[in-house]
Design a binder for this molecule. Structure first.
Ligand SMILES: NC(=O)c1ccc[n+]([C@@H]2O[C@H](COP(=O)([O-])OP(=O)(O)OC[C@H]3O[C@@H](n4cnc5c(N)ncnc54)[C@H](OP(=O)(O)O)[C@@H]3O)[C@@H](O)[C@H]2O)c1
Length: 279
């Protein structure tokens, strides 16, 4: 039995579906089962990582856990419960911002994910870390601006990302959860190619049949605007990570191809599949 945390959001949902397609037994944890909308055959369990009383039912008979956490959620108590329950394998979706061996992580995003990685290591349960940097789903944030016209205004037109499709994250997660041989490994997952934000918006426009373009605006006011309704340290960390990629092609790894046997899906494929999200 494989337990998926974060099963109702992008990465967890795709992983649940991919596990079911291969016929594995899957349990999905959610705070609101009635809203889960998961496929037939998935066991949906009511649970909350902030409520230890829900852990025993969620962990009963579980052999492996796929952990996708919303930023900032403390998973320590859950991880300790998983170890006590005899879970044999933990796979964590972490961030490429984590710097191995650093005394102090460079920002709050890296620090949060490094903390979870340490908490997993402290359980002693065999584990594998999957790190991603810029998932393609981040482009969904363009949706609001696209209601108002063909121009996406944002910081850093030349920031370059190798955006990864959530289905490729899921395909890797399935292999690591199900097959042996990945214990103790840290995998950096990337997409098919490095694209600047200008190029991403052009590709998205081609998929939507619209002449979209990216227009660069200064980052200062954007940091302030977003910092007014989100944690300013998180916002600054995100902008700094983006700024660091300006003018440098994003590095690519062969992890998706090596573990799944197929090339990473392209950003154009992602855009075509998600065209309805921008309607
Ligand atoms: N976006 C990026 O740029 C980026 C980059 C690197 C890594 N990542 C990783 O990907 C993660 C985001 O994944 P995502 O977008 O799929 O998910 P998300 O939107 O960040 O989180 C929502 C999911 O978390 C679950 N959840 C929230 N609070 C919970 C709680 N108290 N107990 C149990 N489950 C809870 C929700 O389940 P219910 O609502 O159904 O309970 C839902 O499935 C990040 O946090 C990060 O670790 C993201």
């Amino acid at each position: 039995m494989i337990l998926v945390i974060g099963a109702t959001a992008y990465f967890g949902r795709q992983t649940v579906e991919a596990l079911r397609r291969e016929g594995h037994q899957v349990r999905a944890l959610t705070r609101t089962p009635e809203k889960a909308g998961l496929p037939e055959g998935v066991e949906v369990v009511q649970g909350d990582l902030a409520k230890p009383a829900t852990f025993a039912a969620a962990l009963d008979g579980v052999t492996a856990v796929f952990l996708v956490l919303p930023y900032g959620l403390d998973a320590t108590a859950f991880l300790e419960a998983a170890a006590k329950a005899g879970v044999g394998r933990i796979v964590f979706l972490s961030s490429g911002a984590v710097v191995d061996g650093a005394d102090r992580q460079p920002d709050v995003i890296a620090a949060y994910h490094a903390g979870v990685e340490r908490a997993i290591a402290a359980t002693g349960v065999p584990a594998t870390i999957l790190r991603i940097m810029f998932p393609a789903i981040n482009s969904l944030a363009f949706g609001m601006q696209l209601q108002g016209g063909e121009v996406i205004r944002g910081a850093y037109a030349d920031a370059a990302f190798s955006m990864i499709h959530e289905k490729d994250v899921a395909d890797v997660a399935v292999r690591v959860l199900v097959d042996g041989g990945h214990q103790g490994r840290v995998y950096e997952l990337t997409g098919a190619a490095s694209l600047t934000q200008t190029e991403q918006v052009r590709v998205l426009g081609e998929a939507l049949g619209r002449p979209l373009r990216f227009e660069e605006i200064p980052d200062g006011p954007l940091r302030e605007q977003m910092g007014a309704f989100m944690d300013p340290d998180f916002v600054n960390a995100l902008f700094d990570l983006m700024a660091a990629t300006v003018g440098k092609p994003a590095p690519g790894t062969s992890v998706v191809a090596d573990l799944t046997g197929h090339a990473p899906r392209t950003y154009a494929e992602w855009a075509a599949e998600h065209a309805g999200d921008f309607a």
